[in-house]
Design a protein around this ligand. Sequence first.
Ligand code: ZN
Length: 332
Amino acid sequence: MSRNYRRGRKKSTTPYIIGILILVAAAALSIRGVLGHAKDPSAAAVNHQTPSAESSPSNAVPPAISSPDPVSAGGIEYVAVEKPQEEIYKGNLILVNKDHAYKFSDAVKLVNLYDGKASSYKVSDTDIKIGSETLKALNKLFDAFYAQTGVGNTYIISAYRSYDRQQALYQREVAEKGESEAAYWVAKPGTSEHHTGLAVDLGLFDSSGAYHEYDGSGKYSWINQSCYKYGFVVRYREDKKNITYIAYEPWHFRYLGIPHATQLSKLKLSLEEYIELLRSYSYDKPLKITTDDGSVYNTYFCKGQTVYVPKNGDYELSGNNVDGFIVTLKVS
Ligand SMILES: [Zn+2]
């Protein structure tokens, strides 16, 4: 059409035709220019998106601030939330040891153990304090132990300890055993799990009132073997002394909550190893935990302060006392 038109005009006057040709050429060039510009960025955008979509799974996690929209994984929608740094040092799964001291805060609600305890066990001191969630779980554990064995004379001899209390215990140990040996038996102040309100020590007293160390043997072995069902673990295992740098303590129980106590016990790990293991799980690739009652939980780690949490439904969040958060949600 345009060719016929130009040819038609060619027959009239040459200067006109030359002028028109120049105009047509200029128009064509400018159109090509516009198209060229329009095309370049889109091509660049396509090229830009393709490799990033094909890159490693770790790159698939969108940064929280630039992507506030929910992301979906395993049929669950997650949203990214920003948590304050100090939250990393709070929660049921905090790792407290010689390398990761407890950051004292008022996060744990402390209650009086004697006032709140069930009748299925005893306390050595009416002033002992304990975390409220730990106490509830402890009551369930000892009610079950009593129902199973009829034994009701187990004592809680220690739970929450202030920094000053731990300092006094540690100095006594140093005086008895010397500096190099002491920390193996009593944690240095600041590095004891007893600061958290999540740990308890058991002890025994005979009818004459004489104290006996609790070793978890005989009828008491039920406690050490079944405590995970109530959210507790034997924190300092015989076979993990080279990792915990703490002597075997069959009397020291740490509350973690039922799913994590179950998984840690099943894997026979120290808490140090377990917290490390959780690092390899993310919201789109969670660890599945099945508890003895058939409940199924998903759990995963989020490094730093950006935490992916389910958009709907309940979940539990705990810092690891090192560098991030562990999310736990019941899926069935
Ligand atoms: Zn202890």
